[in-house]
Design a binder for this molecule. Structure first.
Ligand code: PMP
Length: 291
């Protein structure tokens, strides 16, 4: 029995009591939208990092599926579920998905449900990346183009990330990097990518990459140059790091055949990021929501 409590359709319930149908539309077709959000212990108590930006991205994804997301209710739910579980540090997983109304592909007759779960969390790339770095593999798979499905957190689209990551894991790596047919760098399966060359921070841009909130945070922090980057240029970088809510700022230690090692600027940026999310840096109070 898990003691976790989740918020579902307006109520906080024990995880076991939050049931869904095996015929849920979202289970069959991935017709849902989710977010990954972190809550951190700060000197003033637990604070949710960039909640508004996450829920705004979720709202945009939901709109493509004709799910009218109640952003204010989701914001209240996020704070409530952290408090109900008594967490200081937590990972939040809001989800809105179609459950009932049939298995047809027209969403008009369907009914959506929404929930927010909170759980204890460590970085999804493990703690090892802090010292020796992530082992990153350029995948042979292509990212789903944003001309086919918007680059937002739509549930079914994550099969693309999962297939690419499995290829990387089978090859002895921890994470996969998507590159397009023309050789431009897109993103990793659950993180955006950055590089450092001659002391400059560069944030690769790509239409098919998720507009990452951690990426935007690091661009604001470092004044990184945002532009298209080829795989050749990435291979020649002095440092490479990944950014994501779950992974935070994770240095790349191995990139395909190259032992690149986590560099000093990456470590400095990672430390600055952690100071901000933990409320130890006075400048960015606006990014922290009280629970
Ligand atoms: N790309 C993908 C495909 C992701 O799933 C994530 C995680 N949300 C990211 C990038 C990083 O986004 P964020 O910094 O907003 O968590």
């Amino acid at each position: 029995m898990s003691a976790l409590k989740v918020w579902i359709d307006g109520k906080i319930v024990a995880l076991e009591d939050a049931r869904t149908s095996p015929l849920a539309h979202g289970l069959h077709y991935g017709t849902g939208v989710f977010e990954g959000i972190r809550c951190y212990a700060t000197p003033k108590g637990p604070r949710i990092f960039r909640l508004d930006a996450h829920l705004d991205r979720m709202r945009r994804g939901a709109a493509h599926l004709a799910i009218a997301l109640d952003v204010e209710a989701m914001a209240r739910a996020s704070a409530e579920v952290v408090a109900a579980n008594g967490f200081e540090n937590a990972y939040l997983r809001p989800l809105a998905y179609y459950e009932s109304g049939g298995l047809g592909l027209d969403v008009a007759p369907l009914t959506a449900r929404s929930m927010v779960a909170a759980m204890p969390w460590k970085s999804h790339l493990g703690d090892s990346h802090a010292s020796r770095g992530v082992r990153l593999h350029t995948t042979s798979w292509r990212r789903v183009p944003s001309s086919a499905v918007p680059a937002l957190k739509i549930c079914g689209v994550y099969a693309n990330s999962i297939i690419a990551k499995w290829e990387a894991v089978k090859a002895g790596f921890e994470e996969a990097l998507f590159v397009d047919d023309r050789g431009f760098v897109c993103e990793a399966t659950g993180e955006n990518v950055f590089l450092i060359k001659n002391g400059r921070v560069i944030a690769p841009t790509h239409d098919d990459a998720l507009p990452g909130i951690t990426r935007a945070t690091i661009v604001a922090l470092t004044g990184a140059e945002e532009r298209a980057v080829t795989l050749d240029e990435l291979r020649d970088a002095d440092e490479i790091f990944l950014t994501g809510t779950s992974a935070e700022v994770a240095g790349v230690g191995v990139f395909d055949a190259r032992e690149i090692g986590v560099g000093p600027m990456t470590r400095e940026i990672a430390a600055q990021y952690l100071a901000i999310v933990h409320g130890q840096s006075p400048d960015h109070g606006g990014w922290l929501t009280e629970v």
